[in-house]
Every structure is written in structure tokens, then in C-alpha cells.
Design a protein around this ligand. Structure first.
Ligand code: UDP
Length: 243
């Protein structure tokens, strides 16, 4: 899959359809890989955290989740044109699994949230096979991994927030027996109904980040990273021009 660098982080130039086919092939050919979502906050964090940078760049697929990534690509005349969000990728994988009978394990969020999210997905996708789930506050990581492996999933969704979920995936990649691992952040909260996603028109205008900020003002300091991100992207562009 073609990729483009955004401040040192690889990002896939792809569509939902291409990604869906790639995932289907990976599972059918027994290839193991993990997927990470890329947004400005994560790119800025990765600048300071070398291990996070490595984890992001070692993923097979880095999907452009945040609108800031699209703007950054536009500024440097790149090819990333539209967002591929974590939650929509998760839904796309659920739809694929519904058709292909792939087995899914859900790990993360509060106990009632993950349980409710599982029920909601089973209502929406009648043939889905969610072979197990566990909340994200279980302290014993060994027992989490045993539970995942005993359920024999093809796909693992990890909803621990970032960078916790990326670190969990990378540290346990060799010990978890499944084919696709995807970090999905707060997606179980949305699917369970605990949190609302921005209306479609807000998403289309690229203002989902603003909606989340209004709904959860405590995210303010996290969102300020967008400013340093844009600043760094402009700086990099100017440096290239001057060289
Ligand atoms: N979470 C968890 N275990 C933890 C910390 C967080 O399961 O130790 C869950 C939390 O309940 C929530 C999700 O991780 O469902 C984080 O959501 P957030 O929207 O903050 O994710 P991000 O913005 O990082 O994608």
C-alpha cells in the first residue's frame, strides 16, 4: 500500500474499499499485522516518544484518522485526500466479518460499556461472531492475553486510548494469536451509546475535533497539540522551500 510521511510518521494513501480488501486478504492468507490510527496529537506525541514513533511506523497500516493529517498532506501537496477513521474502520471490519464469519475479540473500555457495545454490534450485524470480550481495566495482562488466545479470534479490537493501546499491541504482538489487531480509542464508548459521535454534517466539514472539544472541554490541552502540529508542518514546508 502506498504511504506518505507526515512529520516522520508513515500514513497510508488508501480508501475504505482498498483497506477492506487488504484486510480480507491478510486474514485469508494467514498474515498477521496491526493497524494504527494517525491524528495530529499522536504525531506530536511520537516526536517526543521514540518508542511510540517506532510502533506507529512498524504498523502495516497507518490510517489517516484526523482531519489535521489531510490538511498536512494538502499543505505539502501530498496525496492523502480523505479521512479513514478508526471507528469507521472498526465498523467496516465488523461488516466484513459478518459476511466472512471472521471471529472478533473486543478488549477495552469499562465493563458495562464493552458489554453494551458487543450487544449493539450483534444487533446491527446479525451474523457477527464476537467470540469474547474483556474490559480495559483488568490489571492482570497475562490473564487478558490468555482470555484472548483461548477465544481464538481472527481480529482484536483494542480500546484503551492512546498511546496505551498502541503500546499494548506492540508489546504483546508476538504473544497474541490473531491476524489483525486494531487500536480503536474511544469507539466502544460511541458504539455502546455512552458517548455521541458528531452529526454527519459536522464530520463532513472536518469539525469532529471541535464537537468533541465542546462535549469534553477537559480535552482542551490535548487539542492544543493541533496548533503545534500545524506549526511544525508549515515549518517543514518552509525549510524544504529554502533548501
Ligand atoms: N480505557 C481503558 N483502560 C484504561 C484507560 C482507558 O479501557 O486503562 C478506555 C476508556 O474507558 C475509553 C477509551 O479507553 O473507552 C479511551 O477513550 P478516548 O476517547 O480517550 O480515546 P482516544 O481519544 O485516545 O482515542
Amino acid at each position: 500500500m502506498e504511504k506518505e510521511k507526515v512529520l516522520g510518521i508513515d500514513v497510508c494513501i488508501t480508501t475504505y474499499e482498498e483497506l477492506r480488501n487488504a484486510i480480507k486478504n491478510d486474514i485469508e492468507q494467514n498474515r498477521k499485522s496491526y493497524i494504527v490510527t494517525i491524528n495530529p496529537e499522536k504525531v506530536i506525541k511520537a516526536k517526543k516518544d521514540k518508542s511510540l514513533k517506532e510502533i506507529l511506523n512498524n504498523a502495516k497500516y497507518q490510517i489517516p484518522d484526523g482531519i489535521g493529517i489531510i490538511y498536512a498532506s494538502k499543505i505539502k501537496k501530498g496525496k492523502i485526500k480523505s479521512r479513514i477513521t478508526g471507528i469507521d474502520t472498526m465498523e467496516m471490519i465488523c461488516d466484513l466479518s459478518n459476511k466472512e464469519r471472521f471471529r472478533i475479540f473486543m478488549y477495552g473500555a469499562e465493563a458495562d460499556v464493552v458489554e453494551k457495545a458487543k450487544i449493539k454490534l450483534e444487533e446491527k450485524y446479525q451474523n457477527i461472531n464476537i467470540c469474547g470480550y474483556i474490559n480495559g481495566y483488568e490489571k492482570n495482562e497475562k490473564s487478558v492475553i490468555n482470555k484472548i488466545n483461548n477465544s481464538k479470534p481472527d481480529i482484536l479490537f483494542v480500546a484503551l486510548g492512546s498511546p496505551k493501546q498502541e503500546k499494548f499491541i506492540s508489546q504483546n504482538f508476538d504473544n497474541i494469536n490473531c491476524k489483525i489487531l486494531l487500536g480503536v480509542g474511544g469507539s466502544f464508548d460511541v458504539i455502546s451509546g455512552k458517548k455521541k459521535r458528531a452529526p454527519k454534517w459536522v464530520q463532513k466539514k472536518g469539525l469532529e475535533w471541535l464537537y468533541r472539544l465542546i462535549k469534553e472541554p477537559k480535552r482542551f490541552f490535548r487539542q492544543t497539540k493541533i496548533i503545534s502540529f500545524i506549526f511544525e508542518v508549515m515549518l517543514q514546508k518552509n525549510n524544504k522551500k529554502n533548501n
